[in-house]
Design a protein around this ligand. Structure first.
Ligand code: FAD
Length: 368
C-alpha cells in the first residue's frame, strides 16, 4: 500500500478530530502542526474557551445541520463508553422569548428554540416544558438530554488518541499555506488540511475575508446548576446571551455570554461580566441557593474567546493551490463559529472523504 503524507494545520477541536479520524487509515502518514496546543489559553485559540455543550442550531439544507446529525452519535458514544474523555450527560433546558426574533443571539438560536425542532428525534428525551416550568420572562421552553464537554480534559484526550495512532505532533507557525507540506516530519506532504479557525482570515494563500470573530465572554464558577439552561436572548442588548452549563469531572460551571460580531477584544469587560452573572442567577436561582445573590457565586476565572464566524457558514472543501514546486491539494475545514464541538465529527468525516478522494486519485495505477 503506498503511503501518503498529510499535514494537518491546527490543534483546535477541528484539527484534532480530523487528524484522529484520518489516523485510522493506514496509508496516511500524518503530522499535525500548530501554533497553539491543548493546555494553552490564547485569544487566537477558540477551542479551550467553549462550554462546551451540544445544542443543535443548523438550518435546513445547511452543512452544519448534516454535521450535527453525524456528530451526535460519536459524542454520545464517547460520553457513554470513555469516561476519561471528560464528557458527561446533562439535561439541556432551552427557553424562547418572542422579543428576541431577529437579534444576533435570536438568529443563532432560531432552530434551537422551536417547539417542533428538526432534532427532536436526534437528541434523547426531547420534551416541551410546561408553562409553569418557564422563567417569568420566557414564552416557550423545551428540554432534551445533551452533554457538557470539559474542554480542558477533552482536547488533551483527543491529542492523546492521535499520538496513540501514530500522528506526529509539532509546534509551528505557518505563514503561507504553501509552507505547510515541509512541516511533515518524514518528508513532504501532498495534502494539507487547513483547520486554522479564525486565523484562516490571516493565513497567507487563504486570507478568507469572510471570516471574522464572534466574541464570547464567560465566567467559570464552582456553583452547580443541576441542568444546562439557555435563553434566546436577554434584555441587555441584541448581542448578549444567557447560558449555563456544568462541565464534567470538576471542570466548574460555564456561564455566558455574548455573541459580539466583529469584536477582536481579548480583555474581559467587567460590566458585561456583572451582567452575565446576574442573568444566570435570575434564570437559575439554584446556582445561589442560600441568598439568591451573585455574591454567592464562587468565581474561578473570567475569560474571552473568539468564535470563528464565516459569512457563508462552515467551509469544508478541497482546493488545488499552485506552489513554486508543484500543485498542492488543500482541504479546508474552518468557520465553525459557536458550534465546533457539536459539528466536529461530521466535518471530520466530510474532510476524510475529500482526502481519500484525493489520495486514491493520485495513487499510481496498478500494473496489468
Ligand atoms: P481553534 O480552536 O481556534 O483552533 C485553531 C488552531 O489553528 C489553533 O491550534 C491555532 O494555533 C492554529 N493555527 C491558526 N493559525 C495558524 C498558523 N498560521 N500556523 C499554525 N497554526 C495555526 N462550540 C460548541 O460546539 N459548543 C459550545 O458550547 C461552544 N461554546 C463556545 C463558547 C465560547 C465562549 C466560544 C468562544 C466558542 C464556543 N464554541 C462552542 C465554538 C467552538 O469553540 C469553536 O467552533 C471551535 O473551537 C473552533 O475550533 P477550530 O479548531 O476551528 O479553531
Amino acid at each position: 500500500m503506498s503511503q501518503n503524507n498529510v499535514v494537518v494545520v491546527g490543534a483546535g477541536v477541528i484539527g484534532l478530530t480530523t487528524a484522529l479520524v484520518l489516523s485510522k487509515h493506514k496509508n496516511l502518514n500524518i503530522t499535525l502542526v500548530s501554533k497553539h496546543m491543548p493546555g494553552d489559553y490564547d485569544i487566537e485559540y477558540a477551542s479551550p474557551w467553549a462550554g462546551a455543550n451540544f445544542m443543535p442550531v443548523g438550518k435546513e439544507g445547511s452543512k452544519l445541520r448534516a454535521f450535527e446529525r453525524a456528530t451526535w452519535p460519536e459524542i454520545d458514544r464517547i460520553c457513554r463508553d470513555i469516561p476519561e474523555a471528560g464528557i458527561h450527560y446533562q439535561e439541556c433546558k432551552v427557553y424562547g422569548r418572542k422579543k428576541d426574533e431577529g437579534t444576533a443571539v435570536g438568529i443563532w438560536f432560531q432552530e434551537l428554540i422551536k417547539e417542533d425542532p428538526w432534532f427532536k428525534d436526534l437528541m434523547p428525551e426531547f420534551k416541551i416544558l410546561d408553562k409553569s416550568e418557564l422563567p417569568p420572562s420566557c414564552n416557550t421552553g423545551t428540554s432534551f438530554k445533551s452533554v457538557c464537554i470539559n474542554t480542558a480534559i477533552y482536547l488533551p484526550w483527543l491529542l492523546g488518541q492521535c499520538l496513540k495512532n501514530n500522528v506526529a505532533i509539532k509546534r509551528g507557525i505557518i505563514n503561507h499555506i504553501s509552507e505547510a507540506p515541509s512541516h511533515h516530519t518524514t518528508g513532504t506532504a501532498s495534502v494539507v488540511i487547513n483547520c486554522t479557525g479564525l486565523m484562516a482570515s490571516k493565513l497567507g494563500g487563504v486570507m478568507d475575508t469572510t471570516v471574522y470573530p464572534g466574541r464570547g465572554q464567560i465566567a467559570i464558577v464552582r456553583n452547580e446548576p443541576g441542568a444546562m439552561h439557555t435563553t434566546s436572548g436577554t434584555d441587555d442588548g441584541p448581542e448578549e446571551a444567557m447560558y449555563i452549563m456544568q462541565r464534567a469531572a470538576g471542570g466548574g460551571t460555564i456561564i455566558g455570554g455574548c455573541l459580539q460580531h466583529g469584536n477582536w477584544d481579548s480583555q474581559v469587560d467587567p460590566s458585561l461580566a456583572n451582567r452575565i452573572l446576574q442573568r444566570a442567577v435570575d434564570i437559575c436561582p439554584s446556582l445561589a441557593p442560600k441568598t439568591g445573590k451573585v455574591t454567592e457565586l464562587s468565581i474561578i476565572r473570567h475569560g474571552v474567546g473568539l468564535r470563528p464566524m464565516r459569512e457563508d457558514g462552515i467551509r469544508v472543501e478541497k482546493e488545488l493551490i499552485g506552489t513554486r514546486d508543484q500543485d498542492l491539494w488543500v482541504v479546508h475545514g474552518y468557520g465553525h463559529a459557536g458550534y465546533g464541538y457539536q459539528s466536529s465529527f461530521g466535518s471530520a468525516f466530510a474532510m476524510e472523504e475529500l482526502v481519500l478522494g484525493i489520495v486514491n486519485k493520485n495513487a499510481p495505477k496498478a500494473k496489468l
